[in-house]
Write a new protein. Structure first.
Length: 215
């Protein structure tokens, strides 16, 4: 006997086509969705698989420090050590001395006289940076020829190898104007080492000092 071939019913054909279209449509959508298809602010961290994004998934220049949690990027610290002649003795990099104890900028007694200061170019904008300066001892040098280098002689500044005071600031501020040509910029800072009584240091008794820049 001849077996009759049964054809699928119209409803079965429609259901099968619907399933194929649905599956194919899902696959199509999955590979063609772009940022334009996603509503702004609709995705959150929970929608992204942990550790699934890397640096290559982020557009260059699209993230800044303010987009990251505080403390994710640590502050950078740089240092420079200036010797008694106003020259760089050691540094972490990027510093240059523009004017070390300059002379001839103003007459003696003029409040703008700058010969007791050192002006340093940090090589970067210091607007959002911290500046800390400290005296560095030098007990292998008898600066005042008193035969004492152990830091025990009495007096306001009888131990110039150890003692002194110091202040520092960025240039080009509303309260700070730097005098030497080319130093009144936001990349420069000024350091003023003084004797313990506040007087300007003399050439034979200048202070060594450290400066740290953070930020």
């Amino acid at each position: 006997m001849r077996r009759r071939l049964r054809l699928p019913s119209p409803s079965m054909v429609i259901a099968s086509l619907a399933l194929i279209i649905a599956l194919g449509g899902t696959s199509y959508a999955a590979v063609t969705i772009t940022g334009a298809n996603v509503r702004n602010n609709s995705l959150t961290g929970i929608d992204v698989k942990s550790s699934s994004l890397t640096g290559s998934d982020v557009k260059n220049g699209s993230l800044t420090a303010k987009d990251l949690k505080a403390g994710v990027i640590p502050n950078r610290t740089r240092f420079v050590l200036i010797n008694g002649a106003g020259q760089i003795e050691r540094q972490s990099g990027g510093f240059t001395v523009t004017a070390g104890y300059p002379t001839g900028l103003a007459a003696p007694g003029d409040p703008n006289r700058a010969n007791g200061n050192v002006y340093i170019n940090a090589g970067e904008d210091l607007t959002d940076n911290g500046i800390v300066a400290t005296i560095a001892l030098q007990n292998a040098v008898d600066q005042n020829n008193d035969g004492v280098m152990g830091g025990r002689a009495p007096g306001a500044d009888s131990n110039p190898e150890f003692s002194g005071e110091i202040s520092a600031s960025q240039c080009m501020l509303s309260v700070v104007t730097c005098a030497p040509p080319g130093t009144n910029t936001n990349t420069h800072f000024v350091v003023s080492p003084r004797n313990s009584d506040g007087t300007v240091t003399s050439p034979n008794a200048r202070k060594r000092f450290y400066v740290q820049i953070t930020g």
